[in-house]
Design a protein. Structure first.
Length: 260
């Protein structure tokens, strides 16, 4: 692993990106965070562990080291809102998912600091992502980008009620071929253990929207999971027995992506 990310290069036309799995915060930034934010509670906890089988499928896997509080890799570099008119968090978040501040009063990053963070942390991840997608597409004639995420099942600041367990996002169908989206949706519909939705509250972030180009042979899909189905949301503890059937269903989804 380099200081920004780890990249495992696989042999199948599938890249699994886990942009919010990182937890590290440089000391100079951590010193400015509120005590609550220093726990990096808005991490997509344990998604790398959830997807640890992906290499067995031949997938490439890209994982960052740093927290989304340093820079959010799933936001555009110009920080234009992905969900206009709705509460959300930005490129260098100043509010937590609770609506509480990330930084101590007066310690928020300046525009110049944000630009530096983009250059140091955001661009290397995206350069690696774009390069690996290009490699896979050149080798196979197509590539699937799977963006793996998770979030607390209840976040009143962002959405009403309880989030469905499996939330597929394809930018309302723009980032993924209709036939693949239909196969993924149909697979979720064959099981009754977990609730699911396609293009609900989470339609896919910058990564899905920017890199998805089904007309050019690149399908991009985001999966947002409700964290309660595989971990304890209060302690952040990973629960292997609870996670096992979740992993099995994710594996089936990825296998569907690889079926041509």
């Amino acid at each position: 692993m380099n200081e920004i990310f780890s990249l495992h290069r696989g042999s199948a036309p599938l890249l699994v990106s886990l942009p919010h799995n990182g937890t590290e915060v440089p000391a100079d930034i951590a010193a400015r965070l509120t005590p609550a934010a220093q726990r990096v509670p808005d991490t997509d906890w344990h998604v790398a562990q959830l997807y640890d089988f992906a290499r067995e499928l031949g997938a490439s896997v890209l994982v960052p080291r740093h927290s989304r509080y340093v820079v959010d890799l799933n936001r555009p570099p110009d920080d234009v809102s992905l969900y206009p008119g709705q509460n959300t968090t930005g490129l260098c978040p100043s509010v937590q998912f609770t609506g509480e501040p990330v930084y101590l009063a007066g310690q928020e990053p300046s525009a110049d600091e944000i630009a530096l963070r983009v250059d140091r942390y955001w661009r290397p991840y995206h350069d690696a992502l774009a390069g690996e997608l290009a490699r896979l597409r050149a080798q196979h004639g197509r590539a699937v980008l799977w963006d793996g995420h998770s979030i607390r099942s209840r976040v009143p600041f962002l959405f009403e009620g309880r989030l469905p367990d499996f939330n597929l996002g394809t930018a309302n169908g723009a980032s993924c071929a209709p036939a693949l989206q239909e196969r993924l949706s149909a697979l979720l519909g064959t099981q009754q253990q977990y609730t699911h939705v396609v293009n609900g509250r989470f339609k896919g972030g910058h990564i899905t929207r920017h890199y998805g180009a089904p007309e050019a042979g690149i399908d991009a899909i985001q999966l947002e999971l409700a964290q309660c189905i595989y971990m304890d949301e209060e302690s952040f503890e990973y629960l292997p027995e609870r996670a096992a059937p979740v992993q099995a269903l994710i594996r089936a989804l990825l296998e569907t992506c690889l079926a041509d």
